[in-house]
Design a protein around this ligand. Structure first.
Ligand SMILES: [Zn+2]
Length: 101
């Protein structure tokens, strides 16, 4: 399997480290239901065949965090994007250089 890093181009898998499911959100530890939320976060996974969003780190390259959409049935890479762009899109974070005061 090869991953095309947006910064470095196509690279071998051994340059990257896998950090798990990118589609789950870490629960709020201050929540009154934190214990049950963390149990569900840790153990309740679907594990379905097909496209899956994964968090990867280009550890032997540019050190960019990536969200890789991969078909887990055939390992086809469908999309690779910097994790910071995904975070900005989902959390509406300001873009550097265009931020507010
Ligand atoms: Zn890279």
């Amino acid at each position: 399997m090869r991953i095309t890093c947006p910064c470095c181009g196509e690279r071998a898998l051994d340059e990257f480290a896998y950090y798990g499911d990118a589609s789950v959100k870490r629960p709020d530890i201050a929540s009154p239901t934190a214990m049950a939320d963390f149990v569900a976060y840790s153990f309740d996974r679907v594990n379905a065949a097909g496209p899956h969003r994964e968090l990867w780190y280009h550890s032997a390259g540019c050190h960019l965090w990536l969200v890789v959409t991969r078909n887990v049935a055939n390992h086809e890479i469908l999309n690779v994007e910097p994790a910071r762009d995904v975070a900005r899109a989902t959390q509406q974070l300001p873009t550097p250089g265009r931020g507010s005061a």
